[in-house]
Design a binder for this molecule. Structure first.
Ligand code: NCD
Length: 292
C-alpha cells in the first residue's frame, strides 16, 4: 500500500488487519519502527484531535516529525499544494499526513510524487483514520460488526466521517441508517425521525453541523436543532441496554448532544480519541514499511 486516502478501496481483510495491529499497539504501547523515517503533518483546516493524535502515533513509532504550520507556510504566498508536496519530497520527507478543504485533493498528487500520502480528511470526502478508530471502538465494544445497527445522525451529506463510516461499516456487515434534514442528505436516505430507529440502534453516532461547508446558510437555531436532531437527556433513556454513544468530536454541547451526555456511561467519545492513536500507528507502520 503506497498511500492511505480512503476507506472505499480497502477490503474487509485489510480493515481487520489494521484493527488487529492497532489492538496489538494498544496492548503493548510504543514500538520503534526499524529504519529512519521522516514525516510531516500538513493541516490546511483546523484540527485538535487528528493532528495531535497523528503526532503522538508518530512519536510512539520513533519517527522524525518535521513541524509544518499552514498559516506560516508559502501557501500564503500562492504556492499550490502540489508544489508544497514536491518541496517536502525534495527535502527528504517519506510520508505526509494531509488535511485539506478540497474533496479528493490527493488525486492530483498520487502518481506524481514519490512520498506517501495519508489522508487526514478531505473536504466532505473521506476521513479514513477516523473511520478506523470508530470501527476499532465498535469492535472493542461488540466484538464484531455483522448485524449491528448503527445510526448516524446529523449533517451527513457534508460529513467525511459519515461517508467513510457508511462505506466501511456496510462492507463489514453492519446495518447503517441515517437521520438528517433532507437539505443535508446528499446521496444518503434519511429515516423519518428518531422514533423509527432509536430503540433498535446499537450505536448512535452524532455529527457536528459542518457550518464551514454551508456557505453561510443556516437552517436551525441551536435549540431547534437539538430538539429535532440532538441526542437529548430524554432520548438517551430510550436507547437499547448495551447501546453506545459515539461522536468524532469536536462536539457542540447542547446542539447535537446534550452537555450531560458527553461523559455519560454510554459515551465512548474519549475512548474513540484514545483509540485514534493506535489505529494511526498501524496506518503509519503499514505505509512506511511498504516503501521501497
Ligand atoms: C471531524 C473532521 O474533522 O472531519 N473531526 C475529527 O477529525 N475528529 C469531524 C468534524 O469536524 O465535525
Amino acid at each position: 500500500m503506497d498511500h492511505f486516502v480512503s476507506m472505499k478501496e480497502l477490503t474487509e481483510k485489510e480493515i481487520i488487519e489494521f484493527l488487529d495491529r492497532a489492538e496489538m499497539f494498544k496492548k503493548n504501547g510504543t514500538h520503534e519502527l526499524p529504519g529512519k523515517y521522516t514525516v510531516s503533518n500538513l493541516f490546511f483546516e483546523p484540527s485538535t484531535r487528528t493532528k495531535m493524535s497523528f503526532e503522538m502515533a508518530e512519536r510512539k513509532l520513533g519517527l522524525d516529525v518535521l513541524p509544518f504550520e499552514a498559516a506560516f507556510s508559502s501557501t500564503l504566498k500562492g504556492e499550490t499544494l502540489y508544489d508544497t508536496v514536491k518541496t517536502l519530497e525534495a527535502i527528504g520527507v517519506d510520508a505526509l499526513v494531509i488535511r485539506h478543504p478540497e474533496d479528493g485533493y490527493y488525486e492530483e498528487l498520487i502518481g506524481r510524487t514519490s512520498l506517501s500520502i495519508i489522508n487526514g480528511g478531505d473536504g466532505s470526502g473521506q476521513h479514513p483514520t477516523q473511520s478506523l478508530l470508530d470501527l476499532f471502538t465498535i469492535r472493542e465494544e461488540f466484538g464484531s460488526f455483522e448485524g449491528l445497527n448503527v445510526l448516524i445522525v446529523g449533517d451527513i451529506g457534508h460529513s467525511r466521517v459519515a461517508r467513510s463510516n457508511a462505506q466501511a461499516l456496510t462492507k463489514l456487515g453492519a446495518n447503517v441508517t441515517f437521520l438528517c434534514p433532507d437539505e443535508w442528505a446528499d446521496e444518503f436516505k434519511s429515516v423519518n425521525d428518531w422514533d423509527e430507529v432509536l430503540e433498535s440502534s446499537d450505536v448512535v453516532m452524532l455529527l457536528r453541523i459542518q457550518h464551514e461547508r454551508h456557505g453561510g446558510e443556516e437552517l436551525f437555531t441551536k435549540e431547534s436543532y437539538h430538539e429535532q436532531y440532538g441526542l437529548t437527556t430524554e432520548r438517551v433513556l430510550r436507547m437499547k441496554e448495551r447501546a453506545i454513544i459515539m461522536h468524532p468530536a469536536p462536539f457542540n454541547r447542547g446542539v447535537e448532544i446534550a452537555s450531560e451526555l458527553i461523559e455519560h456511561a454510554r459515551s465512548r467519545i474519549f475512548m474513540q480519541i484514545k483509540n485514534g492513536v493506535y489505529v494511526r500507528m498501524a496506518v503509519l507502520e503499514k505505509i512506511l514499511k511498504g516503501r521501497k
